[in-house]
Design a protein around this ligand. Structure first.
Ligand code: FAD
Length: 435
């Protein structure tokens, strides 16, 4: 009997990893990639898994969240990690690669696989075959994006990312900040109060901070509702005070007075480990973003787990649409991976491609596969995708806010190392259980 073929659309970080994992399991795949016939505005070559910007896959240390995801992928026999090791460049504690050697390695490996048929053409509508894995990334070609939108619902696909920075709860100074909702509503927010003097310092830092320079195709027309905080500040000293920093209805319970200004933080995940700054979408350079953030009282030691960005980005509202298999709830047999599925980063994209392939393989074989444990970085990331607040959903990268903190009171580095070894051991055990 002829084996059913899986179809993957998009030969980037997620799609290439997925094709390799299916082939490793002896399953035939058609992998559609539109480059080089049709390029995206960011890619430069026809190679599979091209790195479009930085050449780093993140820090490698045993106290680093990306380092844990790298280690998990290595255990899982990831192609992206094999390519990274083959194309590695010296870069201190980071895993940096020669970008051409990296994507060449992947290209050659995939083309050489008997199970994979690489089809170099654009896919303009959802193919009818199942299982189907869509991994067309942040720059998904327009016609396919429109068809996904038609199938899943207008409001469920975003075409740009206007995100505010997200900080780790344990790095917020609650001796300075307080919980409250405006006008005595439920105390769902963390509030950072600013005196006039503190607002002045914050405003100065904000207006002096440098902006990221977008490519022409990345430039966005901002709706008034999601204007970057730096643009608001550019319009005048008072403007942020009438916008996200307005103090109305936010009395400080300790002084029983209304602060001059207030920065509010909203919970990002169910466990309350990650909080985003309300109305602080920003395109500032990351170093400058951190400097500005740390002028806010209570955030002087803030640890950013995801920086604010303003750029073109095609992604689904994962918590609304996807189940824990990365399968569309409305379309059984249709899986998503990479940025399109709501993650950010090369490594995260490859990791979701790896996992989606295992789910596609289980589908073809008629089996069931549980997601990895929550202590692992991949488990934490997947859990976030399905349980984050769908109202403000933004793509997420690997970070320590995604996995539970250990109960022990430890110094930061020791705690992270413990989370690393605990996560890797849990992932290893889960992986062994799959055999
Ligand atoms: C400009 C830019 C810079 C970025 N910089 C970084 C960075 O420095 N570090 C980082 O970690 N992350 C970065 N990212 C985010 C993200 O990690 C990368 O975009 C990553 O490549 C995403 O992996 P992916 O597999 O989801 O998509 P991609 O790697 O983009 O793969 C998607 C593939 O699908 C193909 N495709 C699209 N539509 C179709 C279609 N209709 N038919 C057939 N093929 C199609 C594309 O040609 C592409 O090869 C950046 C993103 C952008 C847009």
């Amino acid at each position: 009997m002829k084996k059913a073929r899986a179809v993957i659309v998009g030969g980037g970080l997620a799609g290439s990893e997925a094709a390799y994992q299916l082939a490793r399991r002896g399953l035939p795949v058609d992998l559609y990639e539109m480059r080089p016939a049709k390029m995206t505005p960011a890619h430069q070559s026809g190679d599979l898994a091209e790195l479009v910007c930085s050449n780093s896959l993140g820090g490698e240390s045993h106290a680093n969240a990306k380092g844990l995801l790298q280690a998990e992928l290595r255990l899982g026999g990831s192609l992206i990690m094999q390519a990274a090791d083959a194309a590695r460049l010296p870069a201190g504690g980071a895993l940096a690669v020669d970008r051409r050697a990296f994507s060449r390695f992947i290209n050659e490996k995939i083309i050489g696989l008997a199970e994979v048929r690489v089809v170099r053409s654009e896919v303009s509508a959802l193919p009818p075959q199942r299982p189907l894995l869509l991994a067309t990334g942040p720059l998904t070609a327009d016609e396919l994006a429109a068809d996904i939108q038609r199938s899943l619902g207008e409001e469920f696909l975003s075409f740009y990312d206007a995100a505010a920075p997200v900080v780790l709860a344990e790095s917020i100074d609650m001796n300075v900040c307080y919980r409250a909702g405006r006008y005595q509503q439920r105390a769902d927010y963390i509030n950072c109060p600013l005196s006039e003097e503190e607002y002045r310092s914050f405003y100065r830092a904000l207006t002096e901070a440098r902006r990221h320079t977008p490519h022409d195709w990345e430039k966005l027309d901002f709706f008034e509702g999601c204007m970057p905080i730096e643009e608001m500040a550019r319009r005048g000293y008072q403007t942020p005070l009438y916008g996200p920093l307005k103090p109305l209805g936010l009395r400080d319970p300790r002084s029983d007075r209304r602060p001059f200004a207030v920065v509010q933080l909203r919970q990002e995940d169910h466990a309350g480990r990650m909080w985003s700054l309300v109305g602080f979408q920003t395109g500032l350079k990351w170093g400058d973003q951190l400097r500005v953030l740390r002028t806010i009282p209570g955030l002087q030691n803030a640890e950013v787990v995801r920086y604010g960005v303003m750029h073109r980005n095609t992604y689904l509202n994962a918590p609304r649409l996807l189940d824990s298999k990365l399968q569309a709830r409305k379309m059984p047999g249709v899986y998503f991976a990479g940025v399109l599925a709501g993650v950010e980063g090369y490594l995260e994209s490859a990791a979701t491609g790896w996992y989606a392939a295992l789910q596609v393989a289980a589908n073809l074989r008629g089996g069931e596969l549980q997601p990895p444990p929550p202590e692992s970085m991949l488990g934490g990331l997947l859990r976030f995708l399905t349980s984050a607040n769908p109202r403000n959903f933004q793509p997420m990268n690997a970070n320590w806010g995604l996995v539970p903190s250990p109960p022990e009171r430890l110094k930061k580095r020791e705690k992270r190392e413990l989370m690393f070894s605990r996560g890797l051991a849990a992932f290893d055990e889960w992986l062994r259980g799959l055999d």
